[in-house]
Design a protein around this ligand. Structure first.
Ligand code: SR1
Ligand code: MG
Length: 402
């Protein structure tokens, strides 16, 4: 019987003993506990344990190789990073993140709250469900977790200590490659482009040197702008939703980077949902998505300005006009990062089901072209993006061109 004192990749059958060893009080010794692997992401293994009486809990373990590709090996320390970030985010954003009960740096596993009564937001959106609280919740999450960890608010030496402990080179490298490099040149031959789209991709992405220059600038900003502690992978597959409740999880890509990267991911993934709704002719859903994306930006802007004005500790950051300048720059970055996410999920190796499940070649092709055209506008004209309405116009303009 394993004692869990040396790392190995657990199987479903190991998990009941694992929880009994690590958290004996949770189910009690008499309980009949079963485990089921429910992981849906590209990287880790997620097990749900239940005792049949309504009690349940989650164990998440990092494997040495990624689920998406056996060839891709990354440090299992990502589980510690994820757990520590969730604990920190809970301080800033309270119940917008799941509870971590404990984490284990030997087995590279954490034990956390079961959110099985929630649905993964990507799948809920693919069923064209709507969530009235989402814009308010996600903007609060971003303002509280991101701005609190900037030099505007956090004491500078404390921030530098955090930068050090949340350095995440291997997961950042994945983003540097998959988001900021391969979509523009397919240099690692991992892009996935349908034959019907290839000509368009060559013209609009592979051969557009002006776009390459902007993508290169953005890549180096991602690598060097340690602005705030990001979630790092804030797409709709990292968010659980239920009626009027939102939980943001899976921050294993977290590191100190540009705030626009998180915000841009949220908007791009709402645009994928819009494309899915648009292909299905669901106008009401599409309107909700557009209003939500618009509200996310406008609420984020308004709450950020208020948050900075109330909480800034840096003397120079309190200078009149600075908060507005700072947030304007974040909105421009958000547009650019929305663009790079739209592109990489359309042609890169890690695609999204909102787009890949669109039935009918023509409809999917249209969605893919809309993503690419909208993305280019967001990247090339990023400094012109000021409000939520500017993002919506970019999507509508792209849709009218295809
Ligand atoms: C190799 S991992 C592929 C993608 O999955 C994660 O969720 C990140 O988005 C990453 O880029
Ligand atoms: Mg993930």
């Amino acid at each position: 019987m394993p004692n869990f004192e040396t790392y190995f990749l657990m199987k479903e059958s190991d998990i009941p003993l694992y929880i009994k060893t690590k958290m004996p009080e949770f189910f009690g010794s008499a309980a009949k506990v079963t485990a089921k692997e429910i992981g849906d992401g590209n990287l880790n293994y997620v097990y749900r344990l239940a005792d049949g009486t309504g009690k349940s809990i989650i164990v998440k373990q990092a494997g040495v190789a990624l689920r998406i590709s056996e060839k891709m090996k990354i440090s299992t320390d990502r589980n510690r990073i994820e757990s520590e970030i969730l604990l920190l985010q809970a301080k800033y954003a309270g119940n917008l993140v799941p509870k971590i009960y404990q984490y284990d740096t030997v087995m590279c596993a954490c034990i956390m709250e079961d959110l099985s009564d929630y649905q993964l937001m990507r799948y809920a959106l693919m069923e064209h469900k709507t969530f009235p609280r989402f814009a308010d919740d996600i903007s609060t999450f971003m303002v509280n977790t991101l701005l609190s960890t900037t030099d505007i608010i956090m004491e500078h030496k404390q921030k530098k200590e955090l930068v050090k402990s949340f350095i995440n080179p291997q997961l950042c490298e994945i983003t540097e490659d998959l988001v900021y490099t391969e979509p523009y040149n397919d240099c690692n031959k991992r892009n996935i482009v349908n034959a019907d789209l290839l000509g368009f991709v060559k013209k609009e992405l592979y051969n557009d040197t002006a776009l390459h220059l902007e993508a290169a600038k953005l890549k180096f900003d991602f690598m060097n702008n340690a602005q705030a502690l990001l979630h790092g992978d804030l797409h709709t597959g990292s968010i659980f939703v239920k009626g009027d409740s939102t939980k943001i999880f899976d921050p294993e890509f977290a590191f100190f980077g540009p705030i626009g990267y998180d915000a841009g991911n949220v908007i791009a993934n709402l645009f994928f949902a819009w494309n899915n709704g648009n292909a299905g002719g669901d106008n009401k859903f599409c309107e909700w998505v557009l209003k939500t994306a618009c509200d996310v930006i406008d609420m984020f802007k308004e709450k950020s300005l208020r948050f900075i004005k109330t909480n800034a500790t840096d003397v120079m950051a309190k200078t009149s006009g600075f908060a507005e300048y700072y947030i304007d720059a974040i909105i421009a970055d958000t547009a650019a990062c929305c663009g790079v996410e739209l592109i990489r999920r359309t042609v890169g190796m890690a695609q999204v089901k909102d787009i890949t499940t669109i039935p009918g070649k023509e409809k999917r092709l249209r969605a893919e072209k809309i993503n690419i055209l909208c993305a280019k506008n967001c990247i090339l004209n990023r400094t012109k993006f000021k409000t939520g309405g500017d993002f919506i116009s970019a999507l509508k303009t792209a849709a009218s061109q295809v």
